[in-house]
Design a protein around this ligand. Structure first.
Ligand code: 13P
Length: 335
């Protein structure tokens, strides 16, 4: 017996996917207690096993090797050649560290404790006011400093806004865009797209944040994330997005503790979904190159598991990035 949601949700899918969904929905109804949203989950898991070469590489721990091609119907052979870049850990201080002296001390300690570490890129986003102080300390290190937000406007008549050019001048090399806390304060999808354009124009690496507010039985999170990605990336000149980084941050998982973070298997499912969306919006090569980070209660206690099983390229870290030891432990977990 199929779950009631099967036919409407799967209409329009390719035939092979529909067949898989049909099979999975049958087993869903047999296995009591499992929710109907597992239709998508099962399909994505299957896609990941069969068709996501990056995930396969990561599972095998052979990041640079070319895996033995599996027979997959979804991704052409070309895609088995994956360019896995370094892992990436981005610290978002929010307003946890507010004083220039504390920021300098933190930056010095971070620099010292990560000296000689390879295989992971570290980025730090202090509040705007502290960018110059932090950049001064980290200038000669490999740690990059960036901004937590950027103005969506290109003209000057915006009191209190900080443009991409101003951020660059202050020492930023990247900008976080569309963070859920800013979206909650009123930034619309349209505004986020403008911010992305401003970052690209200013030559800043854009870190685009996406993520659903909640999870429901109807699996709305897929369409929510899809809409955010569509709105930000559709019809954007592809050349401008070569440095794009995606940060998947489910709002409900932010600001809690490791125990409340998203399950690694769910992170993995979303990573695959996001990469599939990127393939449609950009192209396959760019989709495979674009790092997808996870954010939401990442702490030293769950970083390794999230990285290994979540299939992500690294993390966007909030509260734990304001404690130098926790931040360094997360960085080391990504080595
Ligand atoms: P926490 O790590 O505090 O959950 O915050 C995540 C976040 O919002 C990073 O941008």
């Amino acid at each position: 017996m199929r779950t009631p949601a099967y036919s409407s949700r799967c209409a329009g899918w390719p035939r092979t996917l529909r067949a898989m969904a049909r099979r999975s929905s049958t087993s869903v109804s047999r296995a009591e207690g499992r929710r109907s949203l597992s239709i998508e989950a099962t399909v994505w898991r299957f896609l990941c096993l069969r068709a996501d070469p990056l995930a396969a590489l990561q599972r095998q721990g052979r990041h640079r090797e070319k895996p033995r091609p599996r027979r997959g119907f979804f991704v052409p052979k070309k895609c088995y050649i994956v360019l896995v870049k370094k892992r990436l850990v981005v610290g978002n201080w929010k307003m946890y560290i507010t004083q220039a002296d504390d920021a300098r001390d933190f930056a010095l300690a971070l620099r010292r404790k990560t000296r000689g570490l390879s295989g992971v890129d570290v980025l730090l986003a202090p509040p705007h006011t502290l960018i110059p102080a932090v950049e001064e300390v980290l200038e000669s290190s490999s740690i990059r400093v960036g901004a937590q937000a950027i103005s969506a406007y290109a003209d000057e008549k915006h009191t209190g806004d900080i443009s991409g050019a101003m951020l660059k001048d202050a020492g930023a090399s990247f900008a976080i865009i569309g963070h859920s806390e800013r979206r909650a304060a009123g930034e619309s999808d349209a505004l986020v797209r403008e911010e992305l354009l401003r970052a690209v124009e200013a030559g800043l690496t854009p870190i685009l944040c996406i993520g659903e507010k909640e999870r429901t039985r109807d699996a709305d999170h897929f369409s929510y994330v899809e809409e955010q990605l569509n709105s930000a990336l559709k019809d954007m000149p592809k050349n401008s997005l070569k440095k794009l980084i995606i940060a998947y941050e489910p709002v409900w998982a932010i600001g809690k503790s490791a125990a409340d973070a998203m399950k690694p298997s769910d992170v993995h499912e979303m990573t695959i979904f996001i990469r599939k969306m990127l393939t449609e919006l950009l192209d396959r090569k760019m989709a495979l190159r674009t790092p997808v980070l996870y954010g939401g209660s990442v702490e030293p206690g769950n970083a390794v598991e999230l990285l290994k099983e979540g299939g992500v390229a690294g993390f966007l870290v909030g509260h734990a990035s304001a404690d130098v030891d926790s931040f360094v432990a997360i960085i080391k977990a990504c080595k």
